[in-house]
Design a protein around this ligand. Structure first.
Ligand SMILES: [Zn+2]
Length: 261
């Protein structure tokens, strides 16, 4: 069994701190990375999140609208997911799975760019993104995600992992709170600690250490339950926690073409 995990950055978002740590550091400027990840396991290529759409590097206002006044994207064309994979010699048709933590704009920009991929998303996330009750409409870009592709909708509940290959290598955890159908991924590695890619269930290490819900949160109580689960993985299973948008922690990680194995 061989597994490799690559970290990529699709530019940054210029924002404010309290939008990441609920009610804390109100108005303080805060610039965060926009990560996405590639897992290679037994000949399969799996993306976890996809960063921003290509159009964001060309005309962000046109593609994202007024939300750029709170999350201003800094991205050049080379940082688009397809172009970064090309640098590694990976073509769009070589991607087998795209796991989407959730469908917000800085995670789902590459949906539809991988013709042979199954797109894994939680059923509750797709329902929320398109529902009239959705209170986060500006964070979902309909033209990015309303696509006729091969969707695989998970229906597992909190504390029910979905083991993608039935060998423990890639396990998908419901981590609800930031959105109703948010999921995270545990990647089991041989030569490094296993890594839990939280995405936006835990924006920064500060959210985890001080038990602060994400600044943008659908259900704060669910978010706290999720962070308890993440701490359990950290403490009891010796898993390394990779927060979703932590500008300080992000500097410490190896980036593609380097990888963890
Ligand atoms: Zn995000």
């Amino acid at each position: 069994m061989s597994t490799k995990l690559y970290f990529f950055e699709c530019g940054t978002l210029k924002s404010q701190k309290h939008l990441f740590t609920l009610n804390k550091d109100v108005g303080k400027p805060f610039e965060v990375p926009v990560p996405f990840f590639l897992i290679q396991h037994n000949g399969k290529n799996i993306l976890f999140d996809t960063g921003n759409a290509l159009e964001v590097s060309q005309d962000a206002q046109k593609h994202w609208g007024d939300v750029i006044s709170v999350y201003y994207p800094v991205m050049d064309e080379k940082q688009y997911v397809v172009n970064q994979l090309q640098e590694l010699g990976i073509k769009p048709e070589n991607i087998d799975y795209v796991i989407l933590s959730h469908l917000h704009l800085d995670h789902a920009g590459g949906v539809g760019c991988f013709p042979n991929a199954k797109y894994i998303v939680h059923k509750k996330e797709r329902e929320w993104a398109f529902s009239l009750e959705c209170t986060q409409k500006t964070a979902y870009i309909t033209k990015d995600i309303d696509k006729n592709i091969d969707w695989l909708e998970l229906e597992n509940e909190f504390e029910e992992e979905y083991d993608l290959f039935d060998d423990g290598a890639v396990q998908i955890y419901p981590t609800f709170g930031h959105t109703p159908g948010h999921i995270s991924v545990l990647v089991q590695l041989q030569n490094s600690k296993s890594m839990f890619l939280t995405s936006d269930s835990c924006y920064t290490d500060e959210n985890l250490n001080d038990n602060i819900p994400p600044g943008l949160v659908w259900d704060a109580e669910a978010s706290i339950k999720t962070m308890n689960l993440i701490r359990k993985l950290q403490d009891e299973k010796n898993v390394e926690i990779i927060a979703g948008h932590d500008p300080f922690a992000w500097k410490r990680f190896k980036k593609a073409p380097q990888y963890y194995s």
